[in-house]
Design a protein around this ligand. Structure first.
Ligand code: BJ8
Length: 425
């Protein structure tokens, strides 16, 4: 696919040949892990296309957006209050890497013992395979985990225009104030790079648009509460990953159309999932675009992933921003408060997340939970112990699987997944 964008890649100073190899590697795993599924909804076509568009048409759209006077920022976490960006014509795009192809390119410049998501992201930039590096007006980091927050320091020293949001580690009255101040400062930085002033009316519009996306995603995920879900867990992941990088208005249209199709499938009893298979909740580290590994392994072992308790799942859409009109400061506080409800494992204690998981296990009638831990992601790895204890009390079995982006441990993972499923059968 990349040849039609070769000129654009050359102008962006990318390593065109290596980038072509990376795209091929991503497509190869997409074909094996996603497109090979049977009985997929027609509405997935748009989201399948986004895997290709992510490094093609979407880049072109961002360049057009900049030509028309807009700005562009790269983000790495769902704590970034995207509504403020959209209201200032600043296009925010998550730049987290999900492909194992770029991981080796981070070696030598960064320590080996950090999570694959960070290494994949850095490797993409170091290898000249990231089309966004040179066109972003700013990168927005956060202080969620050690791997990320120290990476931002290095990037700033290397000349990247960084803004780092201080995400608190506890939730109380003092940290609410701190976080509201962080959100306000973020607004200031975005006003600087965009040369525009934030106004209440535009912010309300942006809040409505992003709420619409969150509602559509929540509905998409809710179809998996059905006895026989009308869509696989792998496809819900693909649609969610795509939605986070797509133009929000377009993605809402496509998500709503997919939801209509799924509603019809439920009414007609159409499902790609055989009767009586075990229902699994996957929770923990995010699975960003390029990473379909664990969903594929679980579903090809004969179970179905009915719930994603991750930032590429419930954590992204769990809360809406109140649609306040005409009072900018009240709107900003409401936005800050909404984002502080996110229950990432960077919080301590993180009782909300434990309670939410037990609730989700009930709502989606899961037979078991798989704690998905990206290698060296200590927050989710250690928190899995507390989560497992709470689930045990609720009579829900769970296991923790720690893995990276390579396929080397697929055999070992498959054995552990099969043993877990057998134990529950
Ligand atoms: S809100 S999960 S998107 S920080 S980079 S924490 S995998 S060791 S991504 Fe995250 Fe925001 Fe939390 Fe969600 Fe672990 Fe890797 Fe850190 Fe990671």
């Amino acid at each position: 696919m990349s040849h039609q964008y070769t000129e654009m890649y050359e102008q962006l100073g990318m390593n065109v040949e290596l980038h072509g190899q990376m795209i091929e590697a991503i497509h190869d795993s997409f074909e094996r892990q996603v497109l090979s599924q049977q009985g997929r909804p027609e509405g997935m076509e748009h989201f399948d296309g986004l895997v290709e568009a992510a490094h093609g048409e979407r880049v072109r759209e961002i360049l057009d957006h900049k030509k028309a006077g807009g700005s562009f920022i790269g983000t790495f976490c769902i704590y970034v209050p995207e509504e403020i960006a959209w209201a200032l014509d600043v296009l925010p795009l998550p730049l987290c890497g999900g492909s194992g192809f770029s991981v080796p390119y981070a070696a030598g410049r960064f320590p080996r013992d950090i999570c694959p998501l960070v290494k994949s992201t850095l490797g993409m930039a170091f290898s000249g395979c990231c089309p966004f590096g040179g066109i972003k007006d700013m990168a927005v980091g956060e202080t969620t985990c050690d791997a990320k927050k120290k990476t931002w320091d290095v990037m700033a020293v290397w000349g990247v225009n960084m803004h780092v949001l201080e995400v608190p580690q506890k939730k109380n009255a003092r940290t609410v104030d701190l976080w509201r101040a962080e959100v306000s400062e973020f607004r200031d930085r975005l006003e600087d790079i965009s040369g525009k002033r934030l106004v209440a009316e535009r912010l309300t519009e942006a809040v409505r648009l992003i709420n619409r996306r969150r509602k559509a995603l929540a509905e998409l995920h809710s179809f998996r509460m059905e006895e026989r879900p009308p869509i696989s867990g792998t496809d819900v992941l693909v649609a969610t990953q795509g939605s986070l990088i797509d133009d929000p208005a377009r993605c809402c249209d496509r998500l709503e159309a997919l939801n209509d199709e799924l509603r019809q499938r439920v009414a007609q009893g159409v499902s790609p999932i055989p009767e009586g298979v075990l229902r699994i909740m996957l929770g923990g580290s995010p699975a960003v675009m390029g990473n379909w590994k664990l969903h594929h392994l679980i579903e090809s072992a004969g179970a179905v992933v009915v719930c994603d308790e991750t930032c590429t799942g419930t954590r992204y859409f769990a809360h809406l921003v109140p649609e306040i009109e005409g009072d900018l400061e009240a709107q900003l506080s409401a936005i800050a408060d909404r984002y502080l409800q996110i229950d990432c494992a960077c919080f301590s204690p993180n009782t909300e997340r434990i309670e939410n998981i037990v609730d989700l296990a009930g709502q989606f009638r899961v037979d078991g939970m798989i704690h998905y831990v990206l290698q060296y992601c200590h927050g989710y790895n250690i928190e899995a112990i507390t989560v497992a204890e709470a689930l045990k009390e609720a009579a829900v079995p769970s296991i923790t699987l720690e893995t990276d982006y390579s396929e080397e441990d697929n055999g070992q993972l498959r054995t552990r997944i099969e043993a877990f499923l057998e134990m529950m059968a």
